[in-house]
Design a protein around this ligand. Structure first.
Ligand code: OSB
Ligand code: MG
Length: 354
């Protein structure tokens, strides 16, 4: 799927996504999910190629003909595989869509969702210059997004963010560094601390809980962890060390919805706000994210843009749209949106059937 415009973050530029869609069939019903793995290992070690390999060689051939009472029973088959949460998440979320459809219920309701609509923000990629960025931000504010996330990297930070802060003094702004800094950059990070940002997302290396803790002690602004959180165990470590004050939950990154629920429940108990992140999903993955964000602990706006922010034509119907800073939680069965199968067929470059 071709993005409407390139999306640039500190680790690289994305022009399009090779989306792995997973379709599971059972008892006349069809469950859908999407794998969030990217083209290269710039965000996580998992890529389209590794996920394809794990799914087609190790997980899916063993699932055929299995009788399972519920999603988590089916997922036991994958416990022996170390890591690869993005590949596993795809299986879990397609099973959950099937499970919800079996019960004739919306996905959001079977996972404990309580909201009818979810508050959404937008993630703005690095732009060629400050003027372009200011224009983009202005358009998104007009659209109604309730907070703006700016991607930053060394050399594109203090001046750039200060400019947006001056132009839009009342807007909720946060930044996301995608691991581009180290503690050597303390001066820059302390300057960012002066802008009244909602949070600084993943400033340091994905596996550095210790330095995030040292940094958090030096900053007023909450640190939010994204790449660092792959399971509830990572959150427990981060809480113990004081590595963050906010957690970004992406079901595709943490192995699925059950893992997301565990993180959500733990954070709620710890008074740690959470929000639902995004990975440039098509409407299929977006539907799963919206269902998750309907849980009560998701108290901060998610990176859940409307379909039109990324895609000229989404692969689901109805598309996701923004209304007054919110996206509606679908009320139909399962993920609650229909996949445009003719369009998917047209866009498909490779298939594997089991
Ligand atoms: O770090 O949150 C991130 C997109 C791809 C990879 C990583 C990230 C992002 C985003 C976009 O910020 C979120 C979205 O709108 O889907
Ligand atoms: Mg992030």
């Amino acid at each position: 799927m071709q993005l409407k415009e390139p999306f640039e973050i500190s680790s690289g530029i994305v022009y399009d996504r090779r989306v792995i869609l997973l379709t599971l069939f059972s008892d006349g019903l069809v469950g859908w999910s999407e794998c969030v793995a990217g083209e290269d290992p710039g965000y996580s070690y998992e890529t389209c190629e590794t996920a394809w390999s794990i799914l087609t060689q190790l997980i899916l051939p063993r699932m055929i003909g299995k009788e399972v009472a519920a999603t988590q029973e089916g997922m036991k088959e994958t416990d022996w595989i170390k890591g690869h949460p993005m590949a596993k998440a795809a299986v879990e979320m397609a099973l959950l869509d099937l499970e919800a459809k079996t019960q004739n219920k919306p996905l959001s309701s079977i996972i404990g969702g309580t909201k009818q609509k979810v508050e959404v923000g937008v993630s703005v990629g690095l732009q060629p210059n400050d003027e372009e960025l200011a224009k983009k931000v202005g358009t998104f504010i007009e659209k109604g997004y309730s907070r703006i996330k700016l991607k930053i990297k060394p050399g594109r930070d203090v001046h750039m963010v200060g400019n947006i802060r001056d132009l839009y003094p009342d807007t909720r702004i946060m930044v996301d560094a995608n691991s581009a800094y180290t503690l050597q950059d303390m001066e820059v990070l302390k300057e960012l601390d002066q802008f009244g940002l909602m949070m600084i997302e993943q400033p340091l290396a994905y596996d550095d809980y210790l330095d995030h803790s040292r940094l958090q002690q030096e900053l007023q602004t909450p640190i939010c962890l994204d790449e660092s959180i792959r399971s509830v165990r990572d959150v427990k470590l981060a809480v113990e060390l004081g590595s963050c004050r906010i957690v970004n939950i992406k079901p595709g990154r943490v192995g699925g919805i059950a893992s997301s629920q565990a993180i959500h429940d733990f954070c709620l108990k710890e008074n740690m706000p959470v929000w639902c992140g995004g990975m440039l999903e098509s409407g299929v993955g977006r539907a799963h994210n919206v269902a998750l964000a309907s849980l009560p602990g998701f108290v901060l706006p998610g990176d859940i843009s409307e379909s039109q922010r990324y895609w000229a034509e989404d692969i689901v119907e109805p598309e996701f749209t923004i209304d007054n800073g919110h996206v509606q939680v679908p009320t139909g069965h399962g993920i609650g949106v229909a996949v445009l199968e003719d369009l998917v067929t047209k866009l498909t470059v490779e298939t594997a059937e089991f």
